[in-house]
Design a protein around this ligand. Structure first.
Ligand code: SAM
Length: 297
């Protein structure tokens, strides 16, 4: 049985008052107070008894309660030690939850997934602190952890960048990095009045389903992402100019033009027009010793 439902302004205010809790802006503390939104996030993550959920930043445990109701097991990682006694109260009815008082960036998520949640499908679900969204998401993706999906509330503009397609204004290095590792599903828009305190920006719920197979074949991932970063660093420039100017890449204009030609792409193309397969093919051409021999595309 769920104890007192926290998904309202009234019950959240009561808990905060009881413990004399004050919000820390620097920790991105904006707590959800909308039942409908909370259900939407847990529905989007499609959490069931076969799932082990890692929740980042449980706050006072509002979403954690719902996750405990539905999941096999929940591990909640909260950096703010003032919230731990609150969580112990609000989650006292559940025996399938562990609370860890730690910084998620310093937590061994692999060990939690492989040992503590062994035999369960691991899903990350979180209303993320916005000051650290991209580092958390990239850490989860790049380490190739044994997780199925990541369902997160993020700043709406960040969700838009994560799911953006080539040629759109939001398309950039974050879109390519996220889409390389995961398929994106946008679940909901969430306005500021669903939180206390209200954030200045709108929010969105996005699910990232981790790819089991690579979406494209690339010889040197680091090189491809360096090309991508170089292309979007100077968005207004052509890809040839942006990449040839980039200090950490050794490619000349001529070399880049030849590679683009080989890929049937115009010499004046900008990075924002290339999709992930094209960036991979370009990187493969540039990293192969024999520009014209090794890859025939
Ligand atoms: N899940 C709660 C909710 O939806 O109401 C709170 C979400 S609030 C946006 C973000 C939470 O993440 C806060 O409780 C904050 O203290 C916590 N947090 C911030 N930085 C963190 C970090 N590096 N590691 C773990 N938790 C963190």
């Amino acid at each position: 049985m769920m104890m007192e439902n926290l998904g309202s302004a009234k019950s959240t205010s009561q808990i905060i008052k009881k413990y004399g809790f004050s919000f820390q802006k620097r920790l991105g503390q904006n707590f959800l107070i909308d039942d409908h939104v909370l259900d939407k996030i847990v529905d989007a993550a499609s959490v069931g008894k076969d799932d082990g959920v890692i929740e980042i930043g449980p706050g006072i445990g509002t979403m954690t309660q719902r996750l405990c109701e539905r999941a096999g097991k929940v591990i909640a990682i909260e950096i703010d030690s003032r919230l731990i006694p609150i969580l112990e109260e609000t989650l006292s009815a559940y025996d399938n939850v562990s609370i860890i008082n730690a910084d998620v960036m310093k937590t061994d998520i692999r060990s939690l997934a492989e040992k503590d949640l062994a035999s369960l499908n691991v899903k990350v679900v979180a209303n993320l602190p916005y000051y650290i969204t991209t580092p958390i998401v990239m850490e989860l993706l790049e380490k190739r952890l044994p997780i199925d999906s990541i369902t997160i509330m993020v700043q709406k503009e960040v969700a838009e960048r994560m799911k953006a397609k080539p040629g759109t204004k939001d398309y950039g290095a974050l879109s390519l990095a996220v889409q390389y590792y995961a398929q994106t599903y946008y679940a909901a828009n969430v306005p500021p009045n669903c939180f206390i305190p209200r954030p200045k920006v709108g929010s969105g719920v996005i699910r990232l389903d981790i790819r089991k197979e690579p979406v494209t074949e690339v010889y040197d991932e680091d090189h491809m992402f360096e090309i991508i970063r170089a292309s979007f660093n100077q968005r207004r420039k052509t890809l040839v100019n942006a990449v040839s100017n980039h200090a950490s890449l050794p490619h000349s204009k001529k070399e880049l033009e030849e590679a683009l030609k080989k890929l049937d792409l115009p010499a004046a193309i900008r990075g924002e027009a290339l999709d992930l397969n094209q960036f991979a093919a370009l990187s493969n051409l540039l990293t192969s010793k024999d520009l014209y021999g090794k890859i025939s595309k």
